[in-house]
Design a protein around this ligand. Structure first.
Ligand code: LRH
Length: 497
């Protein structure tokens, strides 16, 4: 038996999971135990800038590692988190300030400057990222414009920053590095050309390492606090979505996926990027995955809309807004009554989503969802429309055949959403596991130290053993209603005109 710790940080919560690779009936299996869970969230600082409390998160991670170590020795530690955000390290080697969160609006004034320095079409041909206003390229441009890069030694993406705080070694892990829009898809290293054009010094970002590479071992001070020995911190798919996709219990290549949490990441797994103009126009991204894979996907706003709605209702002391009650009552609300474009930029910043949804409904002359259950139904139906569209476009643009849709992450427990996704896409849905991110994280570590072997398919087969997955069959009678629903939100696709 060999054990690992997976540190998995999401935008709304973080956790440390202890995972054992154990022999069951002569075959290796993963056994996961959550040893720590803590809240996370971006909060405005005194000047109104949205920031993560990285110092507090680091404290939680250290305590979580301590808890993991108390249960027995660890052969490795892997860290994954949300993408694009970074912390700056000063000349003294310490964090300059708490990292700015991607939902902060600081990039708005610099996006056009970046696009004058690098035409968006050229940017896509080099980096292959969908346009999102928070991509690191814009954040660093905003930072530079505000003088924030002066005297700074390094910029480290969140998992790299935590690895640095644990080991003293600074690296850039590949999968997360790809989300910056500063990585060259051809060389899979930093594009010094792009960095130069936005005026960011090339040495700011450390060398790129592949998932599976050892970053370093725990520093003496961390060893003291955690009670752990010289445990290696191993680069995993440090972009949480990369680990989530690595952890999908897929049995072949012909699958699409929704990694469903705060965001819904919807797409397919490829071996080569799609850098065409049609792909850019459709706003698909080519994030890099584990073992040379490409995560060809689109960001869909995700359960963020529901999480923020629940926060709004909680603040107003609205009853019956826990997730179980909401889903139960929403299931009885007529389907597809009100549909919104979940990716409307109004939904990106934190705030009162029920009011923003009402404004969209009014503007498009639809019934305004009045109760929490109606808002919930509107969100889930609207997400389903976005899934349908993204799965179809991903397969069309990549020509990658798809026979099944895997839904992983917290949303895989949402039966209403999973059934709707099956009906709308016409694909059988395999739902689960909800902890695929931690699984993907552990699989890469376990292979790195020799506790598992084989390619991604072999690793996935190990992870799939003993998992309780739910299958949803598409109801053909529902298909046309979802096609019409998509037309209501996005207009008639060319092939249906
Ligand atoms: C999901 C996620 C997503 C990114 C966003 C910033 O947690 O990493 O893949 O686009 O956060």
């Amino acid at each position: 038996m060999t054990a690992f710790a997976a540190v998995d940080l999401g935008a709304s919560s973080g956790r440390v999971i202890r995972a054992e690779v154990a022999e069951v009936d002569g075959e290796p299996r993963l056994v996961l135990e959550e040893v720590a869970r803590f809240a996370n969230g971006a909060v405005p600082d005194g000047a109104g800038t949205l920031r993560w409390d990285l110092t507090a998160l680091f404290g939680e991670v250290v305590q979580g590692l301590r808890a993991a170590g108390r249960r027995g020795p660890l052969a490795g530690i892997g860290i994954d988190s949300w993408a694009v955000d970074y912390g700056l390290i000063g000349a003294d080697g310490a964090l300059v300030a708490e990292p700015v969160a991607y939902r902060d609006e600081r990039t708005a004034p610099v996006i056009s400057d970046v696009h004058s320095a690098v035409d968006p079409e050229e940017l896509y041909r080099i980096a292959g990222m969908q346009h999102l206003p928070f991509n690191t390229i814009y954040q660093l441009a905003a930072e530079r414009a505000a003088g924030g890069l002066e005297g700074v030694q390094r910029a480290l993406l969140i998992p790299d920053l935590l690895a640095y705080l644990l080991t003293g070694v600074a690296v850039s892990e590949l999968t997360n590095a790809s989300t910056t829009a500063l990585l060259d898809q051809r060389t899979r290293t930093w594009s010094t050309d792009l960095l130069g054009r936005i005026g960011v010094p090339a040495g700011l970002l450390p060398d790129v390492v592949e998932p599976g590479q050892v970053i370093g071992t725990l520093s003496e001070s961390v060893r003291e606090v955690t009670g752990l020995g010289e445990v290696p911190v191993i680069a995993v798919g440090s972009h949480d979505t990369a680990s989530a996709v690595a952890g999908i219990p897929a049995t072949g290549a012909d699958f699409a996926y929704v990694s469903c949490g705060t965001w819904s990441l919807v797409g397919v797994e490829l071996t080569e990027p799609v850098l065409t103009e049609a792909s850019r126009a459709a706003n698909f991204t080519n994030e890099l995955g584990v073992d040379g894979t490409v995560r060809y996907l689109r960001n869909v706003m995700g359960l963020w809309l529901l999480q923020e709605s629940q926060r709004t209702w909680r603040e107003a002391a609205e009853p019956g807004t826990d997730i179980t009650t909401l889903l139960e009552v929403a299931a009885r609300v007529p389907a597809r009554r009100t549909l919104v474009d979940v990716d409307h930029p109004d939904f990106l910043p934190p705030g009162d989503m029920p009011t923003r949804i009402a404004a969209q409904a009014r503007a498009s002359i639809q019934p305004v969802p009045a109760t929490p259950a109606e808002v919930t139904r509107c969100i889930l139906d609207s997400l389903t429309v976005a899934y349908r569209r993204a799965v179809r476009e991903a397969t069309e643009l990549s020509r990658h055949p798809v026979r099944v849709l895997h839904i992983v992450g917290g949303g895989s427990r949402n039966a209403l959403l999973c059934q709707a996704a099956a009906d709308a896409t016409g694909l059988p849905v395999i739902a689960g596991p909800d902890e695929s991110t931690a699984i993907g994280n552990v699989l890469v570590q376990a292979r790195a130290v020799g506790a598992l072997s084989g390619d991604l398919a072999a690793l996935r087969a190990v992870a799939a053993r003993g998992l309780a997955l739910t299958r949803y069959e598409p109801d053909p009678a529902e298909r046309e209603a979802w096609a019409v629903a998509e037309e209501r939100v996005h207009g008639v696709p060319a092939d249906r005109v």
